[in-house]
Design a protein around this ligand. Structure first.
Ligand SMILES: [Zn+2]
Length: 385
């Protein structure tokens, strides 16, 4: 006798909505009661699923202790400060178990952290995208939503949104695949944010007196110069929106560093020392075949979902603005992405080795577009929940 089991990590309401929307009735084949089977859902065991977090909470007090267990008798293992966000995994009594970007977990008193309730903003999908049973690609796909589907916003966790229709959760979707109407975050979501902008290459090897030019185009345009000009434009745009911006080099060369590895270490030190909210490195790409072109954005392959989200938002804005080939967002093991302690992304805006893209990169108007797109992607991250 076959039995059909629908097991979901969500409560009954969600199970019902899934059953109604995505299942078709079938007769059990051993003469039993008619049952329902999902028409397109993979069946899975509840025990295989990671627990769905409660959402992202915000620290409310100047300094809050993080403890090894749910009570003041447990050891303090760290502290968090007002305004920091924490992924809340679960609640036990008056304590939240939280997870940090580093993957470490701990416990904080729940009266010191606010967990925003479902905010109900209107969410519209920008791409055909999967709804899943939890916040991450580890969770099963519920269905694929079409471009332009509208939901209201539920919980926020790990850069993912719980999406509701008529108050009923339909599933979770990556936040970078949607736009949010009138999201909270104020007129100036970048106000008070510290952003480190890193124009790639251009460092001088003091020992040898050699400047790292990066790539060079067929007509002689040098990557180090383009990167610096783009970075300055991004800084102007970000500063105009209230961000505090730090550049890792403002000319050829970084004083006192004598080689590529120490140069990269210096760039990371600038970002880590400033406790920046975001590190953005700007590059132009290169390939041996001149016809290769397009836009790509990188993140460290071990990065958290917040970083993946920023990379996707920057990439989407660049592709929408420039209209070049969309190579996508890619994980990489670049030093500046791996060693920075905050979300860090690296944009390869176009290929300098491609004559048409070299021509575009030489146009001030296009450089302005690149800077505006990078800024728009960053701003979108800080504006969206
Ligand atoms: Zn480069």
């Amino acid at each position: 006798m076959r039995r059909f089991i629908l097991a979901f990590v969500f409560g009954g309401a969600f199970l019902c909505s899934l059953g109604i929307l995505f299942s078709q009735p079938v007769a059990a084949n051993a003469g039993g009661m008619p049952g329902w089977i999902a028409s397109s859902l993979p069946l899975f065991e509840q025990s295989n699923k990671p627990a769905v977090p409660l959402g992202t909470g915000v620290v409310q007090e100047p300094v809050v202790n993080v403890r090894s267990g749910p009570g003041t008798t447990f050891a303090v293992v760290g502290t968090v400060t007002r305004g920091e966000t924490l992924l809340i995994l679960k609640e036990l009594g008056q304590w939240y178990q939280v997870r940090f970007d580093t993957g470490q977990t701990g416990w904080v008193a729940n009266w010191l952290v606010s967990l925003p309730s479902r905010d109900g903003s209107k969410v519209v999908t920008s791409f055909p995208a999967n709804l899943r049973t939890g916040p991450g690609t580890d969770y099963a796909v519920v269905r694929t939503a079409a471009t332009g589907e509208t939901f209201s916003l539920g919980r926020v966790a790990d850069g993912w949104y719980e999406l509701l229709r008529n108050g009923t959760p339909e599933g979770w979707m990556a936040s970078w695949l949607v736009t949010v109407d009138n999201p909270p975050g104020g007129e100036q979501p970048l106000a008070g944010k510290t952003i480190v902008v890193d124009p790639g290459h251009g460092n001088v090897n003091l020992q040898w007196g050699v400047v790292d030019r990066g790539a060079t185009g067929p007509n002689g345009l040098m990557e180090k110069d383009i990167n610096l000009d783009l970075a300055r434009r991004v800084i102007a745009d970000l500063t105009g929106k209230g961000a505090r911006v730090i550049i890792t080099r403002n000319s050829d060369g970084i004083d006192g560093f004598d080689g590529e590895s120490s140069d990269l270490a210096h760039r990371v030190e600038v970002a880590n020392g400033a406790k920046a909210d975001l590190f953005v490195s700007i590059h132009a790409n290169s390939a041996t075949r001149p016809e290769v072109g397009g836009t790509a954005t990188y993140y460290y392959s071990g990065a958290n979902q917040t970083t993946v989200r920023i990379a996707n938002m920057v990439q989407q804005e660049l592709v929408a603005s420039l209209g070049r080939r969309d190579i996508g967002c890619l994980g990489a093991n670049y030093f500046v992405l791996r060693e920075t302690t905050m979300p860090a992304v690296l944009a390869e805006v176009m290929f300098l080795s491609n004559p048409e893209e070299e021509r575009l990169l030489n146009l001030p108007a296009v450089r302005g577009q690149v800077a505006a797109a990078i800024t728009a992607g960053i701003e979108r991250h800080f504006r969206q929940p």
